[in-house]
Design a binder for this molecule. Structure first.
Ligand code: OGA
Ligand code: MN
Length: 251
């Protein structure tokens, strides 16, 4: 497989648009690119129907459903607007398949169960990707956490790593973009640096249904300010770090 396409985000727009369902071929392509290069960028690879549902979901959430993003979760959580200024909403286990099944039969409105089904379909999709990565890369990925992110005009996330060697259980990072008809003039590129010394990086437009996957400890990256609202989901596959005094995943 030619790897040069990895470095040219424009060429991804010519990728095949097989959005009929959960496409195991695209999981395999992602897994083998991550295996070879540590990262993969796939245009229009999230099933279109799922991307549309998630777009409807994220744009219908009221501002108070989001929180100012911090750096890290739980005891490492702190707000640092010098580093990032986006707003996030964690997807949690309450949007699991069981809950959807329960709420579908309850008095909840159709909109609520539609929302939950978008979340649970997303989690199912991510689980399939996790399985493909485990099969191909033997990573032992064990759990997944993700959040919706909304960058308003001017919002940014400065250069960072999602995990640090030795301490972190975040192993693989995943970002999908939920911006129909993203205008290049809006900016808001993800810049993925190949290693700590890389200062130029690869610029990736946040186009609708595009998927970016990379090894969390290896690739510094940043989100450049946009002039338009920018919607995405960021997620992390983790390995199990249960040990003395610590249960994984954290509750
Ligand atoms: C993150 C992140 C990238 C993006 O949330 O950690 O780096 O393109 N997001 O939104
Ligand atoms: Mn990140």
């Amino acid at each position: 497989m030619s790897r040069s396409s990895c470095f040219d985000s424009t060429s991804f727009d010519k990728a095949s648009l097989d959005n009929a369902g959960f496409d195991s071929a695209s999981f395999d392509v992602i897994a083998s690119e991550v295996y070879e290069h540590g990262f993969s960028v796939q245009a229009s690879a999230l099933p279109l129907a799922l991307a549309q549902k998630l777009h409807a979901r994220i744009t219908s959430l009221p501002p108070e459903a989001f929180e100012r993003a911090g750096i890290g979760r739980n005891n490492t959580h702190r707000h640092n607007q010098a580093v990032r200024s986006d707003s996030i909403r964690w997807l949690d286990d309450s949007s699991s398949i069981d809950e959807v099944t329960e709420s579908a039969g309850s008095q909840d409105g159709a909109q609520d169960s539609a929302d939950l089904s978008a979340d649970s379909e997303w989690l199912r999709w991510a689980e399939q990707l996790q399985q493909a990565l485990n099969r191909r890369l033997f990573l032992g990925l064990f759990s997944f956490e993700s959040h919706f992110a909304h960058y308003r005009a001017g919002d940014f996330y400065k250069r960072h790593l999602d995990a640090f060697k030795g301490q972190a259980s975040r192993t693989v990072s995943l970002v999908v973009y939920l911006n129909p008809d993203w205008d290049e003039d809006c900016g808001g590129e993800l810049v993925l640096y190949r290693d700590r010394d890389d200062q130029s990086g690869i610029q990736i437009m946040p186009n609708f249904a595009k998927i970016v996957v990379f090894l969390s400890e290896e690739f510094p990256h940043e989100v450049l300010p946009a002039t338009c609202d920018r919607y995405s989901i960021a997620g992390w596959f983790r390995v199990n770090t249960t040990g003395f005094g610590r249960i994984d995943p954290p509750s």
